[in-house]
Design a protein around this ligand. Structure first.
Ligand code: MTE
Length: 335
């Protein structure tokens, strides 16, 4: 297959798995590992995992939050995509986390280098409660919810993930944003020794993303600390990430160390890399093609139909309840 990627020395574009033979091979690898292409044992075929699966009794970290892989008790909720979740091995084995490299296998392979304990989140900007917070002061681990959301990457693939977390508004309200705070920005952990991908010119580091305050406070928006009943694995953004199910996956910041309240719209990693291709809003929208590929449908990873299953992409990824947030906005211009 002829690969036609526009290369820019300053950034590595998000790549369309449909046009990338290399990604195709990566995906075959993961799906065969997960049993979808028939061959091989999971242990034999999976890329080296970030760390051995931990037992349910995995201890809390020095910061008091559960270690990656520790079992988490979470209340099941009515938020559940019909048809069940993606196999866990596909979720933990097929990742985007460019700080560890640009291939889907780099994060599972290298994320074990990242130290997630102790962990602090700095809160700054337009807030009456600035400071450095331990995770247990932000997240009420006795109130964790499981929500099974569709996860749609801008690269036109999707998964269904049982996230464990809390509504973002339950955390933001503790952080006392001022009335001047119109946006919130999230910044990712950055350590060049632990993150081999940050030594290559792909994105500007640290990875940053942002939301309008009403998007952040929407009941669907989560701070996730786990998935599949366990604390997040490092390659999926341990110990804290965002989940905004009606937006493309790159809006979901992994391994957050800063929450910054702002009066004006913040910069975001992919918009800085290529503003023509990645806007601030990035709502899932089958009617607005990526300049290099259609967003009308998506390849379902680790689903019942295996590698070849496709489904039509839905407006707002099916989460129509957010439409009122964008009333009066031209979503073709504000992509
Ligand atoms: N967060 C950081 N810090 N770095 C990244 O490269 N990639 C984004 C998002 N968050 C990314 C990130 C992209 S493109 C996607 S699709 C999701 O993480 C992937 O999440 P997953 O690997 O857990 O499925």
């Amino acid at each position: 297959m002829d690969l036609k990627f526009r290369r820019n020395p300053d950034y590595q574009t998000l790549r369309d798995e449909i046009t990338s033979e290399r990604l195709f091979m990566d995906r075959r690898h993961i799906l065969s590992a997960a049993g979808f292409l028939g061959a091989g044992s999971i242990l034999g075929a999976l890329p080296a995992c970030s760390e051995p699966e931990q037992t349910p009794t995995a201890p809390a970290t020095a910061g008091g939050h559960p270690a990656p892989g520790a079992a988490l008790a979470a209340k099941k909720t009515a938020f559940a995509v019909a048809g069940g979740a993606t196999v866990e091995e596909a979720f933990t084995g097929y990742c985007n986390f460019y700080e560890f490299g640009t291939s889907k296998e780099d994060p599972p392979r290298y994320a074990n280098l990242m130290k997630v304990s102790p962990w602090q989140v700095t809160v700054e900007g337009e807030t009456d409660a600035p400071g450095a917070y331990a995770l247990k002061d932000l997240i009420d681990y006795s109130k964790l919810e499981e929500r099974v959301y569709r996860h749609r990457c801008v690269e036109a693939w999707s998964m269904v993930v049982p996230w464990v977390g809390v509504p973002m508004h339950s955390v933001l309200s503790k952080l006392k944003p001022k009335s001047t705070a119109k946006f919130v920005q999230f910044e990712t952990y950055l350590n060049k020794k632990e993150m081999p991908g940050t030594n290559r010119p792909s994105l500007q580091w640290p990875y940053v993303e942002g939301l309008r305050m009403d998007e952040a406070n929407h009941d669907l928006t989560l701070f996730a600390v786990g998935a599949y009943g366990k604390a997040l694995q490092k390659q999926n953004g341990a110990p804290l990430r965002t989940v905004i199910p009606w937006k493309y996956g790159f809006k979901a910041t992994k391994s957050i160390v800063k929450i910054r309240f702002l009066a004006t719209q913040p910069g975001t990693a992919w918009n800085k890399a290529n503003a023509n291709e990645y806007g601030f809003y990035s709502n899932v929208n089958p009617n607005v093609s990526h300049p290099r590929w259609s967003q009308a449908s998506e390849r379902v990873i680790g689903g019942k139909g295996g590698f070849n299953e496709r489904r039509d992409t839905e407006m707002f990824n099916g989460y129509q309840q957010v439409a009122s947030l964008y009333a009066g906005m031209d979503l073709k211009k504000n992509y």
